[in-house]
Design a protein around this ligand. Structure first.
Ligand code: SF4
Length: 144
């Protein structure tokens, strides 16, 4: 049996560009977000169909950036659905998303968790009391 794959999805959008940042990230409007996401969806289909990838189990999914959480819940749902439709994604694997305290709150995260989109999330960019509160708030049992 082929080894499972860990899947990384790069969502390079931020609210503003930090002066110290070397990540591949940009500030863009919703038209650019939309075109990028359509391209990501097409690329996922392309890669999922490659002979050495087709059918292989995904062991974890990580959405990095950028700040993926500047995208709306519907957009995150769209991406999750596209991903699950083309890759072999077993129930119960870890889904993670990089977040920024300014772009995420319970209202946004918990519906994602309940929809089975995000199994865990953590705030990697800023360590504040608020981010710690959030990180404990987003680890409920997942329903997929
Ligand atoms: S939020 Fe993060 S990824 Fe975006 S510009 Fe700042 S350091 Fe870079």
């Amino acid at each position: 049996m082929k080894k499972p794959l860990a899947l990384y999805l790069h969502l390079p959008f931020c609210l503003s560009k930090c002066h110290y940042c070397d990540f591949n990230s940009v500030v863009a409007d919703s038209d650019v977000h939309s075109k990028y996401l359509q391209t990501v969806a097409a690329e996922m289909k392309y890669y999922a169909a490659l002979p050495h990838i087709q059918g292989r189990q995904i062991s974890s999914v990580y959405w990095g950036g950028g700040t993926p959480t500047i995208l709306g819940v519907e957009v995150l749902a769209f991406l999750a659905d596209e991903l699950k439709s083309v890759f072999n994604v077993p129930e119960g694997i870890e889904w993670s998303v990089e977040a920024n305290p300014g772009t995420i709150d319970r209202r946004k995260v918990i519906p994602c968790c309940n929809a089975g989109l995000i199994a865990s999330a953590w705030v990697s960019k800023v360590t504040t009391t608020r981010s710690l509160d959030l990180s404990t708030a987003v680890i409920p049992p997942m329903r997929r």
